[in-house]
Design a binder for this molecule. Structure first.
Ligand SMILES: Cc1ncc(COP(=O)(O)O)c(C=O)c1O
Length: 431
């Protein structure tokens, strides 16, 4: 094993991070190669800096005149230069402040400095690399974003282990989760992946769900299991009901237990309507971890980023900095949130007037972009294809659920859209 990896492992010894790392996670390190030497030169080479693989002219990265013309508000460094592998330092600190402001329950709990990833997908990918070994169980509710399978099962050879999302009463199934944790604690380790607001279920925990969830995880940790809880907070902020827990579970778990390592994966993708900019973040926390532990983990994560995407989109990062500092940012975001809420309400109203004899059953929905229907005896894929023949695009999942992104259609289209879905489902059920 590389000496630098050994040193990082020694720095992490005795912590939940060390106990949870995968084989690759143990081997990972950030070399003192080109990137580190260039960073040193940036500080000290005040005569000539001939380190980095970028073309410079007059001390600025070269930017073709046409690009300059297209991006008049950004300097060459902000637009076309490489960013540091763990991300723009200013953005990392701004995002840490955003996390603190949006999650008051975090209080004084220690956590790492957010590291920039190439979107949330890449954040999940990096965590899977660092913490999941072939054969490991990764526990999650049975409705989940399909890309988890592609990453965790396809690349990391994990076993996805699911429990029913909802109880018969429509609450988050904490008992099902607790049972699954108990059954799948292998070698004292469990990885749990939660995504609230959920894709495809459009659900975020109520305050009492969140309390029960935290208690179940704490009980599992008390029983001696080391847990990595990955919180995919892609749709954070889109909460529509009064009793919803409007913070990330990360905030509640950060100081919960020495055996609970929580990793928040979030970003500008959906929160700031910057889908294609590819700016995500990873922030981790566990009770008792100290700055030196977070720094050692950051080096391992930085090594993994360097080995995969090298670094993340500079223009996207600088655009996000400018956006977060823009005087109109919060107001504009609130206006858009109001619009999403109006679409949610229109969807709710459409479902309330769903015909009594419909084969569809709407799953609980209080947040995010989506609502899903259990198609029961109907084949969801057949329903999707029939809708497609009528010019309506939806997503079928496991041949059982139909996912409808109410966030992606205009408000006045919601009533006719759902009306057609209900009519088509009834016709198919009667055929
Ligand atoms: C639950 C969830 N996580 C992550 C993502 C992807 O985020 P990004 O585009 O930043 O990779 C999506 C996108 O659909 C998602 O639904």
């Amino acid at each position: 094993m590389n000496q630098l990896a050994r040193e990082l492992n020694a720095q992490l010894e005795g912590t939940v991070i060390a106990r949870l790392l995968s084989g690759y996670g143990l081997r990972s390190y950030f070399p003192k190669g080109i990137v580190a030497q260039s960073a040193e030169a940036k500080q000290r080479a005040d005569r000539y800096n001939a380190t980095v693989g970028m073309a410079y002219s007059g001390g600025e990265p070269v930017m073709l005149p046409a690009v300059r013309e297209l991006l008049p508000h950004f300097t060459p460094s902000e637009a076309v230069a490489y960013s540091p592998t763990p991300g723009n330092p200013k953005l990392r600190d701004l995002w840490a402040s955003e996390i603190a402001a949006k999650n008051p329950s975090l209080g004084q709990a220690s956590h790492s400095r957010p590291v920039v990833t190439a979107g949330l997908t890449n954040g999940i990918f990096q965590l899977a690399e660092l913490f999941v070994d072939p054969g490991d169980s990764v526990v999650m509710p049975d409705l989940f974003w399909g890309n988890y399978r592609l990453i965790l099962e396809g690349r990391n050879e994990a076993r996805l282990t699911t429990f029913e999302f909802f109880t018969a009463g429509g609450e988050f199934n904490v008992a099902g989760l607790a049972e699954m944790l108990e059954r799948h604690r292998e070698n004292g380790k469990i990885v749990l992946l939660v995504n609230f607001p959920n894709n495809p279920a459009g659900y975020a925990p109520t305050r009492s769900d969140a309390d029960r969830l935290v208690e179940a995880l704490r009980a599992e940790a008390e029983a001696g299991t080391d847990l990595l809880v990955i919180c995919d907070d892609a749709y954070f902020g889109l909460f529509y009901e009064d009793d919803t827990f409007t913070e990330s579970l990360f905030a509640r778990l950060a100081g919960a237990h020495e055996r609970i390592l929580v990793a928040k994966v979030d970003g500008a993708t959906k929160e700031d309507y910057l889908w294609g900019m590819r700016v995500g973040f990873i922030t981790i926390a566990a009770r008792g971890l100290e700055p030196r532990h977070y720094e050692a983990f950051e080096k391992k994560l930085t090594g993994s980023i360097r080995a995969s995407v090298s670094n993340s989109n500079t223009l996207g990062q600088n655009l996000l900095i400018r956006l977060l500092e823009h005087p109109e940012y919060r107001r504009q975001k609130e206006i858009q949130r109001e619009e999403m809420l109006a679409r949610f309400r229109a969807m709710r109203q459409a479902i309330a007037s769903m015909p009594g004899d419909t084969p569809l059953r709407a799953l609980p929905c209080n947040a995010g972009y989506f609502v899903s229907f259990d198609c029961r005896k109907l084949d969801a894929e057949q329903l999707r294809l029939t809708l497609l023949d009528r010019g309506i695009g939806t997503i079928s999942i496991q041949n059982r659920y139909l996912r409808v992104a109410f966030a992606s259609v205009d408000r006045d289209e919601i009533e006719p859209l759902f009306g057609e879905i209900f009519d088509t489902a009834r016709e198919l059920a009667e055929a």
